[in-house]
Design a protein around this ligand. Structure first.
Ligand code: IYR
Length: 222
């Protein structure tokens, strides 16, 4: 096996007296994040999106294979195609396809087959998972822990957009195969999330939901 090549860790230590305050501040920042469905058409510079995507791409991944592709769409005609295709799938879902149990679970979110945000918001980011890689000779390279890796990257992307002052919606039209064709991605890449990014509409409202408390989700073993 080749010798492991290492470099010193660039660890930015923080004074212990600041650590809890920073953790609380970051939690407070993230607590203000809400999934938004009413977007403004106010433009967002491409550089902001690029910074957020490159932050996402710092995520840890199985065997450091970075099995993701982010297709960032600002083009109006492409957004309109995506809206039309997504709404066709969603109509099938909401008007007959979806099990009653699903619709019941979704009811508090007030979602329906109409997805105007897909053409109103300035950016759509389609996150593709690379199910396997391709070697130079065209043969397949196995990718490890792809859903986990892409999920972590998506979380960082959402946090980065929020930190920059933007709103986002994790939209998951089902099925999402149409996105390969529209985005020009190969068959071995699977669209996992269509992230809508931009400013909220001035009149935006969000469902009155509650988040679980620490005692409902942490099990301490000390
Ligand atoms: N994909 C549909 C339905 C939907 C499903 C879940 I789970 C949600 O949290 C929200 C919506 C839609 O986008 O409307």
């Amino acid at each position: 096996m080749a010798a492991l090549k290492t470099i010193p860790l660039a660890f930015a230590g923080i004074p212990e007296s600041d650590m809890l305050g920073r953790a609380r501040d970051f939690r407070a920042l993230m607590t203000r994040r809400r999934t938004v469905r009413d977007f403004s058409d106010r433009p967002v510079p491409r550089e902001l999106i690029e910074q957020a995507v490159m932050t996402a791409a710092t995520a840890p991944s199985g065997a450091n294979q970075q099995p993701w592709t982010f297709v960032c769409i600002g083009d109006q005609a492409i957004k309109e195609r995506i809206r039309a295709a997504a709404e066709a799938e969603e109509r099938a879902f909401y008007e007959g396809g979806a099990p009653e149990e699903w619709l019941e679970a979704l009811a508090p979110l007030g979602t329906d087959a109409e997805k105007p945000f897909l053409e109103i918001a300035p950016w759509l980011i389609v996150i593709f998972a690379q199910r396997y890689g391709l070697k130079e000779d065209g043969s397949r390279r196995k990718h490890y822990y792809v859903p986990e890796s892409v999920g972590i990257a998506t979380g960082l992307l959402i946090a980065s957009l929020h930190n920059a002052g933007l709103a986002a919606l994790t939209h998951t039209p089902s099925p999402m195969g149409f996105l390969n064709e529209i985005c020009g991605r190969p068959e071995h890449e699977k669209a996992v999330i269509l992230l809508v990014a931009g400013y909220p509409a001035e009149t935006a409202e969000v469902p009155d939901i509650r988040r679980k408390g620490a005692d409902e989700l942490i099990v301490w073993k000390e």
